[in-house]
Design a protein around this ligand. Structure first.
Ligand code: URA
Ligand code: CA
Length: 433
């Protein structure tokens, strides 16, 4: 088999065989196929698309490129959740202990943040003492005991994706639905999920800017999940503005705790209940959607979910007291208010740009090597659609820098106030097979 024939076949719109797909992935990972041929094929796939059979074979070949995590020692149906990314996305911090408190096992591999999006690991590590370095045995035993544990992605999980993603990133082929679908699904399956709940975000803060593309990606992943025997459900959500109010690591931990105490932002709570009820259903812990949602609401109201959060934090070395004493979390040296210049309605809060502003304050990384300032970030006081009076604070800026004039100027550009505005619908669609 020759790589050049595979490239030209795809370039001309042909369907690749399972053997051709495996030849490519194996050769690319072991170094016999060079970057330039892999990038030519990725671009051909970008333009010609792939059939479901091709995407399924690609997903399987990528899974086979490294080790897979065996979670069979964990009792129950392991349901994993994945989001294609957002700004101020505090969901996992609330969702994991909440569904765990209903007996759904959550053994989660999470990532770090890059650019305008944050990562769950960084958020958790803002809790003094919390660490994610667990052996597989410790991880499994914690999930069996507490039903929840979070670790970092191990080095050898889907090496084909690491290599291919880095290549796509610098050759203009990230935005390809078959490549994104196989990238995400291969990692979830290799990490040991029995069933998968996907949140596919749309809007300025998301990968998929248009809802139409998000739906296409979601439908593709749901079909691939089906073909590889992992029940998959996708929720399409609006990420045109940040989720909740807090953006920044310690600030989001506090927001997660508030939500677990039943007084968090309405949008975050709604998303958690929507994703959570799908997870509870897939795990077989409720018979109907209504029952699943009611159980989740009860776990929030009774304090059962909050208790599970504290147990989870303490089991990984963190100080569970942060839940009752948020002042124990890292605090920024300074806070600044951003007063509205005019009265009206908040018409726009550009998620990607606001995420970038938080990153510039130190809440995120511009490059993988950057160090994070856990205390830094933003707390919004308004959501799109809210009325605002001139002089009212739109945002509190938490910063260790005494001068935030440039950030303020930027935020004034990112937040638009007009005569009228509509509240966007957060949950756009639920896609099942
Ligand atoms: N996220 C992933 O994990 N992979 C992609 O290809 C795009 C987004
Ligand atoms: Ca948030």
């Amino acid at each position: 088999m020759r790589m050049v024939d595979i490239i030209t076949k795809k370039r001309d719109g042909g369907e690749l065989s399972p053997e051709e797909i495996r030849f490519f992935i194996e050769g690319y990972v072991n170094g016999t196929i060079p970057d330039y041929q892999a990038s030519a094929l990725a671009m051909a796939i970008y333009f010609q698309d792939m059939t479901d059979s091709e995407i399924t074979e690609l997903t399987k070949a990528m899974i086979g490129s490294g080790t897979t995590v065996d979670l069979s020692a964990i009792e129950g149906i392991k349901v994993d959740k994945h989001s294609t990314g957002g700004v101020g996305d505090t969901t996992t911090l609330v969702l994991a202990p909440l569904v765990a408190s209903l007996g759904v096992p959550v053994g989660k591999m999470s990532g770090r943040g890059l650019g305008h999006t944050g990562g769950t690991l960084d958020k958790l590590e803002s809790i003094p003492g919390f660490h994610v370095e667990l052996t597989t045995e410790q991880f499994i035993s914690l999930v069996n005991r507490n039903k929840v544990a979070v670790i970092g992605q191990t080095g050898d999980l889907v090496p084909a994706d690491k290599k291919l993603y880095a290549l796509r990133d610098v050759t203009g082929s990230v935005e390809s639905i078959p490549l994104i679908a196989s990238s995400i699904m291969s990692k979830k399956i290799a990490a040991g999920a029995d069933a998968i709940v996907l949140e596919v975000t749309t809007g300025s803060g998301a990968f998929m800017k248009s809802e139409k593309d998000a739906v296409r990606l979601a439908e593709t992943m749901v079909r691939i999940g089906d073909r590889v025997g992992r029940q998959t459900i996708a929720i399409i959500t609006d990420m045109s503005q940040p989720l909740g109010f807090a953006i920044g690591n310690a600030l989001e931990v506090k927001e997660a705790v508030d939500t677990l105490k039943g007084r968090g932002p309405a949008d975050l709570k709604e998303l958690v209940l929507t994703l959570g009820s799908q997870m509870v259903l897939l795990a077989g812990r409720a018979a109907t959607h209504t029952e699943a949602r009611r159980k989740l609401e009860e776990a929030l109201e009774s304090g059962q979910a909050l208790a599970r959060f504290k147990q989870f934090i303490a089991s990984q070395g963190g100080d569970p007291d942060v839940a009752d004493h948020p002042e124990k979390l890292p605090q920024a040296k300074y806070t600044f208010e951003l007063p509205a210049k005019t009265s009206g309605f908040v018409a726009e809060m550009a998620a990607d740009q606001i995420g970038l502003a938080a990153m510039l304050l130190g809440a995120g990384r511009a490059t993988k090597e950057d160090k994070i300032n856990f205390a830094a970030g933003l707390v919004l006081h308004k959501k799109v659609g809210d009325p605002v009076e001139a002089g009212e604070s739109l945002v509190t800026i938490h910063s260790d820098y005494p001068d935030v004039n440039e950030i303020m100027k930027k935020l004034y550009q990112d937040i638009k106030i007009r005569d009228h505005a509509k509240t966007p619908r957060l949950i756009r669609r639920i896609i099942t097979d």
